[in-house]
Design a binder for this molecule. Structure first.
Ligand code: SF4
Length: 317
């Protein structure tokens, strides 16, 4: 996986390599398990199609987490706006993508500048936002992205091309139909060899550990299994600020649980958006940034309770 001798690696890079390395025993899933999983999802989708009517449903990891959280917040139409913190993550992802395929030993700030230039040229809301930034705002954005890129280099060894690293890889399943599961994977390493599972899916994170991050990766493992019929072998949420990965082996149980969660979320979306069910309030961590919090008794009670418990709200549930 690494494109460097072990002695050239830092302790952190060696630790990453050890956690993600394949064990001598090949991981091979039972093909009948995968076929049954796929058939069960297809049958559930057929039922959902009847209830959806003419509606289309694009299911992302964000949408799953949102509809399974507070449904009132989920349905609230909140216009998204870019900020240096959010855009910095996108720029860093683009920079990592360039870095992995860049020859030689590039300077992080140069890679980030190239990433910003390419994103500004894109015909997207982020491209428009970057193109309108002042020099000082650009410096802020550059600072956020360079910090993340350097942390990535500190945590990951140089990646060997034979490990088939890909970044920002789009995945979707099925190819068409009213319900489509989709996502963009931060980093993948390895690819299946025959029936052997070799792929590792990595989500790059800054900030706190949250249970949702693990669910996000399990959703990607499910999509990968449905589209290729070979599950990935490992999932890793990599917390760049702390230099710590949280790694999980993919198992049949994990895929079944991800499938149930996805189907529950699709069912809830149809109930709420097509069948008109009343949304349920579910106070939780998301009350902290909810635009409805000021007028929400349940949200205020939750936030006050947390302050009484431990002085001030935390990032953990
Ligand atoms: S404040 Fe909390 S409970 Fe109230 S709508 Fe927002 S997320 Fe839901």
């Amino acid at each position: 996986m690494a494109d460097a001798a072990p002695d050239d690696l830092s302790p952190l890079q060696r630790k990453t390599l050890g956690l993600l390395r394949r064990s001598p025993d090949p991981v091979v899933f039972d093909p009948s398990f995968v076929a049954t999983l796929r058939r069960d999802v297809e049958e559930a989708f057929d039922d959902f199609h009847d209830r959806l009517g003419d509606e289309q449903l694009f299911v992302s990891k964000h949408r799953l987490a949102s509809v399974l959280g507070c449904e009132v917040q989920h349905l609230h139409d909140d216009a998204f706006t870019w900020s240096p913190a959010v855009a910095g993550g996108q720029v860093a992802h683009r920079a990592i993508q360039l870095l992995i395929n860049w020859r030689g030993d590039p300077v992080p700030a140069d890679v980030v500048d190239e990433a910003i230039a390419r994103l500004a040229d894109d015909d997207t809301s982020l491209g428009d936002w970057i193109a309108g930034l002042s020099e000082a705002d650009l410096a802020d954005l550059r600072g956020v992205a360079v910090d993340k890129l350097i942390k990535f280099q500190e945590c990951f060894p140089p990646l060997d091309k034979r490990a088939a690293p890909t970044t920002e890889s789009s995945v979707r399943w099925p190819i068409d139909g009213p319900i489509v599961l989709s996502g963009k994977v931060d980093l993948t390493l390895g690819r299946p060899a025959g029936a052997e599972s070799r792929k590792v899916i990595v989500d790059l994170k800054t900030g706190w550990v949250a249970p949702r991050h693990r669910e996000d990766l399990r959703f990607y493992a499910l999509v990968e299994t449905l589209r290729t019929q070979i599950p990935p072998r490992k999932l890793a949420s990599f917390y760049l600020d702390a230099g710590e990965p949280v790694v999980e082996d993919v198992t049949e149980r994990l895929l079944l649980s991800a499938s149930r969660r996805m189907l529950d979320a699709v069912n809830a979306e149809i109930e709420l958006r097509v069948e008109g069910r009343e949304p349920v309030k579910r106070p939780g961590t998301s009350c902290r940034w909810c635009p409805l919090a000021a007028d929400c008794d349940e949200g205020q009670a939750y936030l006050t309770g947390r302050r009484d418990d431990d002085g001030e709200p935390t990032d953990f549930d």
